[in-house]
Design a protein around this ligand. Structure first.
Ligand code: MN
Length: 374
């Protein structure tokens, strides 16, 4: 699974004619090794090193072995906080470096060496430069690799979607007058874990009534559900490191015609956007397809965010599905389609699906009714 990715990183360093690579984002390290955390260092001279603080050594070592990478990736512990000199991990061939991660990196890479990197922290970059290492940004190359999902990744994301859908069902079953937003959020969080997901992709958004006008509403213990209110629920699960993301807006006890009209238009926009998905098409055209429907019904001014985003190891990753993105859709990309209409003082509506781009067009990974009355 990971071997070919490491080979690709090697190839990228060769192609760009630099001596190595330094991967610092936890999600990118996970993409290349299956271990989330530490730093992945590659140099043409010493190969791959996974640098982790001493307390993570054993977990990193076991993960690398489980993923059959022990012949390719050497795990190295660094010992930054004045831990005892006789510190032993009791593992054959263990490698311990005194100092911080930066010291460990400098130890393996020669001065003046250029490293491809995804690092974006100015402080971290200047610390590396102080060690006479040069950096060349490769974050877009890595984002592009990650955007094209392999079948086993699609399977995990599909399972993450199934778990979130089951949690949403449970949440809907518990909607009744007097229940609070946070009580519903707690049900979702519990269901997600009980059903085998290790985490939620983000704290679930549960909004009642006027709280739905905020795209990123924060659930409250004081807001109690009343008949005739919209309920917006945005949730995701993380299954074996891969996220899902979906949103539904529910009519609780009859919100009214204005709400129903907005909900139906948003659903039409979802369908138009999904229909617009095909490999080779500019990503911006998918956003435009949804926006055209909202425009036709006078809602365009209330659609105040981009249409969607890539999903995978991170719940938000490349590509952004926005009108200004001229990159092309490619088979293997998983994106969300989530048009929304937020009318200040009244209500908000958002419906979100997760879609895989295939050679033959779109394939929905989320499967849940879009028009819901409770
Ligand atoms: Mn989303």
């Amino acid at each position: 699974m990971y071997r070919s990715r490491l080979r690709k990183l090697e190839g990228l360093a060769e192609e760009k004619n630099v001596c190595g690579a330094l991967i610092v984002s936890a999600s990118n390290v996970f993409y290349f090794t299956g271990f989330k955390g530490g730093f992945l260092l590659y140099s043409r001279n010493v190969g791959f090193r996974l640098l982790v603080p001493a307390l993570e050594y054993l977990r990193a070592y076991d993960t690398v072995r489980e993923n059959a990478l022990d012949d390719l990736v050497t795990v190295v512990a660094y010992k930054p906080y004045g831990l005892p000199g006789e510190l032993k991990l009791d593992i054959e061939g263990e490698e311990i470096v005194e100092g911080k991660a930066i010291d460990a990196i400098a130890k393996f890479v020669g001065k003046g060496c250029i490293l491809l990197t995804d690092a974006d922290s100015k402080q971290f970059i200047s610390e590396l430069e102080a060690k006479e290492l040069k950096l060349q940004d490769a974050s877009k190359d890595i984002a592009l690799m990650r955007a094209l999902k392999e079948p086993w990744e699609i399977e995990r994301m599909t399972e993450a979607a199934r778990i979130a859908e089951a949690a949403l069902n449970e949440a809907l079953a518990n909607l009744e007058p007097g229940v609070t937003e946070l009580e519903i959020a707690a049900i979702i969080e519990r269901e997600i874990r009980v059903r085998g997901a290790e985490d939620h992709s983000f704290p679930p958004i549960v909004a009642f009534g006027k709280n739905t006008v905020y795209p990123h509403a924060i659930p409250s213990a004081r807001r109690r559900l009343e008949d005739g209110q919209p309920v917006l629920i945005d949730l995701g699960a993380v299954y074996k490191g891969y996220c899902s993301d979906m949103t539904r807006t529910v009519d609780f006890g009859g919100v009214g015609d204005e709400f129903t009209a907005a909900l139906r238009t948003v659903i039409d926009a979802v369908e138009a956007a999904i229909d617009a998905i095909e490999p080779g098409k500019k990503i911006g055209e998918v956003d435009a397809a949804a926006r055209r429907i909202l425009e036709k019904h006078g809602y365009a001014k209330y659609f105040i965010h981009s249409l969607g985003h890539g999903v995978g190891i991170d719940v938000h990753e490349y590509p952004r599905v926005s009108s200004d993105n001229n990159d092309e859709l490619k088979p293997g990309m998983v994106i969300t389609i989530e048009p929304g209409v937020y009318i200040p003082g009244k209500f908000g509506v958002r419906v979100e699906e997760m879609v895989l781009v295939t050679e033959r067009g779109p394939r929905l990974l989320t499967r849940f009714p879009r028009e819901l009355w409770v």
